[in-house]
Design a protein around this ligand. Structure first.
Ligand code: FCB
Length: 475
């Protein structure tokens, strides 16, 4: 059994992570101030969550196909059909155009391009993203391409996946293929989406694909993902003129559920918030983790990981409340949020001030322009008798969070854009289709798309923000 002690003699630092937002200095700002010029409004999705067509046109298997087929997802859901975006992408681009977004963040399915993860490329898979990118550009929407949103080719997992150092080279080769094929039209590239989430859940807690669990595998996977990030940045920089490159990190206050959980919260916070941004942007693992990672770090690795990037992608939903749990694989787990906090229908605490504080913290700590590339509200929406989806709580959430963002900007956070998660209801990983985050409702049996009330609200927000900005296009 693993406990916190297995992580080695890690020195306690990063105390700011455990400081509740409400204890920080109150800041004042005019919440009605105009948005910064050239602020980018967008929406985000990911390949596995929307595309479907998992066995079509030569796509290889991904670890999430395997995980779903093994019945590890709620209701035995799988990504086989998802939102059928592979066939309906034109309709989805038309929805984005109606929404008025300037940018769309999506991810490429590695196994669609390289069915075995490496070796021969699959022309039919490459052609799908040509069609998507061309449709976006024709609609005046800038494509933001993320290389990895968790759908590792199964063939690579069979060789050890992220736990092997070779993975960095596999990823760099895949990045080169993407850069050569799309770099004439795509300039915005993200290497990884939420590396700490997919490594912690996939190799630590074990409840996401590939479903492994243990501190050694976890640290190996984390370090190799960091190496892969650095290698991909170099490849993209070399192959795509004027590329604008970043990585996308989830970052949120990690607070102790009770005073006795302070140490667990610090350790959780180090893994969750810092294990990727610190080496990638500051050139060092957080001191809390340095000894634990030392066995995997070879001379020169930190220089390989810390490559100059152009922006910091931030995904944020709510704070985490951590608790010590010696029986959990990593010695810590999720604890209950304070009972006085309101929550979304999927029990995520609603805490806009924590978002404001996170924006200020990330902006000051990493000194890069910040793009919020995910923020949104998960619920169980259903259409009413008239077929409309009146999702007022989602609108309240988005209002509160965009206001908090505006306050952070007024207080000095360098935030350049905001992307709602998500355009469509979709496959919400281990929760399957039971949880809906979309601005657009998807009726899965018919694949009918129904824009929710929040879609109209976001369209109005974008319109009024851009009017104040003289209706400028994307930067
Ligand atoms: C994030 C993921 C995204 C989606 C949202 C709700 O952690 O990046 O794919 O599942 O949560």
């Amino acid at each position: 059994m693993t406990s916190i002690k297995d992580f080695g003699p890690e020195i306690a630092t990063l105390r700011h992570m455990a400081r509740p937002a409400q204890q920080r200095a109150k800041r004042t700002a005019d919440p009605k101030a105009a948005w910064p010029r050239d602020f980018i409004w967008g929406v985000s999705t990911s390949s596995f969550q929307i595309e479907g067509a998992t066995r079509e046109d030569g796509r290889g298997q991904s670890i999430w196909d395997t995980f779903g087929a093994a019945g590890r997802v709620a209701n035995h859901d799988t990504g086989d059909v998802a939102c059928d975006h592979y066939h309906r992408y034109a309709e989805d681009v038309a929805l984005m155009r109606e929404l008025g977004v300037q940018a769309y963040r999506f991810s490429v399915a590695w196994p669609r391009l390289l069915p075995q993860g490496r070796g021969s490329a699959n022309e039919a898979g490459l052609a799908f993203y040509d069609r998507l990118i061309d449709a976006l550009l024709a609609a005046g929407i800038e494509p933001w391409l993320c290389l990895y949103h968790w759908d590792l080719p199964q063939a690579l997992d069979d060789l050890g996946g992220w736990t092997t150092r070779d993975a960095a080279g596999w990823f760099a080769d895949y990045a080169a293929l993407v850069a050569c094929r799309y770099g004439d039209r795509v300039k915005r590239f993200a290497t990884f989406n939420e590396p700490s989430v997919f490594t912690l859940f996939g190799y630590g807690f074990g409840d996401s694909a590939p479903g492994a669990s243990g501190p050694v595998m976890l640290r190996q996977a984390m370090h190799h993902v960091n190496l892969a990030h650095g290698a991909a940045v170099d490849v993209l920089r070399a192959l795509v003129p004027k590329a604008s490159i970043g990585a996308i990190h989830n970052y949120q206050p990690c607070l102790p559920a009770t005073p006795a959980d302070a140490q667990a919260a610090e350790l959780f916070g180090a893994y969750w918030n810092s294990a990727f941004p610190d080496p990638q942007c500051l050139g060092a693992y957080p001191p809390r983790l340095a000894d634990a990672f030392a066995p995997y770090v070879q001379p020169g690795d930190l220089a390989r990981i810390c490559r100059p990037t152009d922006w910091f992608g931030l995904n944020h939903y709510s704070p985490i409340y951590a608790k010590a749990d010696p029986s959990a694989p990593l010695g810590f787990t999720f604890g209950p949020a304070p009972s006085d906090l309101t929550r979304t229908p999927i029990e995520w605490p609603i805490y806009p001030d924590a978002f404001r504080d996170t924006l200020l913290e990330v902006s000051a700590r990493y000194r890069l322009p910040v793009y919020v590339l995910e923020n949104g509200f998960g619920g169980h929406d259903t259409p009413d008798a008239a077929g409309k989806v009146a999702d007022a709580p989602r609108i309240d959430f988005l209002k509160a969070y965009t206001d908090a963002m505006r306050r952070a900007i007024a207080d000095g956070a360098d935030v350049r854009g905001y992307f709602v998660w998500s355009l469509l209801d979709n496959f919400e990983w281990g929760s399957g289709y039971g949880v809906r985050f979309g601005l657009v409702y998807v009726d899965y049996p018919t694949q009918m798309r129904i824009p929710k009330a929040s879609f109209r609200w976001y369209a109005d927000l974008i319109k009024s923000a851009r009017q104040k900005d003289g209706l400028k296009g994307t930067s």
